[in-house]
Design a protein around this ligand. Structure first.
Ligand SMILES: C[S@@+](CC[C@H](N)C(=O)[O-])C[C@H]1O[C@@H](n2cnc3c(N)ncnc32)[C@H](O)[C@@H]1O
Length: 223
């Protein structure tokens, strides 16, 4: 089996998997699934994608490395190819928050109740957090990860109930203890302050600035 290197974002996701069977929805290259099998972090992987050419890359990776007895591929949209109870953890990473939210809601409306999710939306993490509360999932891990100079959100949830306030929906269930979030918030604040020098009546920017300042105050309070 060829060893594989993942970037920090995918490594962070992999570290949140602790055994069992995993579905990697929107797997593309399939590297995460292969890593989980080759390091025995997962017993079984179902890697899915809506695109046949993407899925082919994953299929080849599994086949060439002889893990296709534990890692299978399925073509399809969102959670449609995964039955309830087939996977202990559903991973959806590298898709937009709108798409992830739609996938989660459709599965819930179809009556599917998965145990746990690991989600890494490229955009709109707040929409993902809101939908998790709606579909009776409780966020147990929520962190910002820096990878290749960019910031990514990674959220893990499990069955349960939870309410999040507006700041937690926007910035993370545990944003006040997330040092990487604080670093990113400082940067965004600097960017907004510069933008406001040019246009000091931009209402949306002013509102965002206030939210970020309050969030950073909470981070500092917690130390
Ligand atoms: C940017 S790649 C992310 C790959 C990998 N998950 C990662 O995080 O590195 C997004 C993948 O999601 C797939 N995709 C987009 N919409 C999808 C959907 N509704 N259902 C399943 N896969 C989807 C795309 O075809 C693409 O391969």
């Amino acid at each position: 089996m060829m060893p594989i290197r993942l970037d920090s974002r995918l490594m962070h996701i992999a570290a949140l998997v602790r055994g069992g069977s995993v579905a990697d929805v929107g797997c593309d290259h399939g590297k995460l699934g292969y890593y989980l099998i080759s390091t025995d972090r997962a017993k079984r992987v179902i890697a899915t994608d809506i695109s046949a050419p993407s899925l082919k890359k994953a299929e080849e990776l599994f086949y060439i490395n002889g893990v296709n007895n534990r890692a299978e591929t399925r073509l399809g949209d969102g959670l449609k190819p995964i039955d309830d109870g087939e996977a202990d953890i559903i991973i959806i990473a590298g898709l937009g928050g709108d798409v992830i939210s739609t996938i989660l809601k459709s599965a819930y409306d179809e009556g599917k109740r998965y145990e746990s999710y690991i989600l890494s939306p490229n955009t709109h993490p707040e929409k993902v957090r809101r939908i998790l509360c709606e579909i009776e999932q409780e966020i147990v891990d929520d962190a910002m990860v820096k990878s290749g100079g960019k910031y990514y959100t990674v959220i893990k949830s499990q069955r349960g109930k939870q309410e999040l306030d507006e700041m937690q929906q926007l910035f993370g269930a545990f944003y006040d203890r997330d040092v990487v979030f604080a670093e990113r918030a400082e940067r965004e604040l600097e960017f907004i302050n510069n933008a406001l020098k040019e246009n000091n009546s931009a209402l949306q920017l002013m509102e965002r600035k206030q939210m970020l300042e309050s969030a950073l105050k909470m981070c500092k309070k917690r130390g």
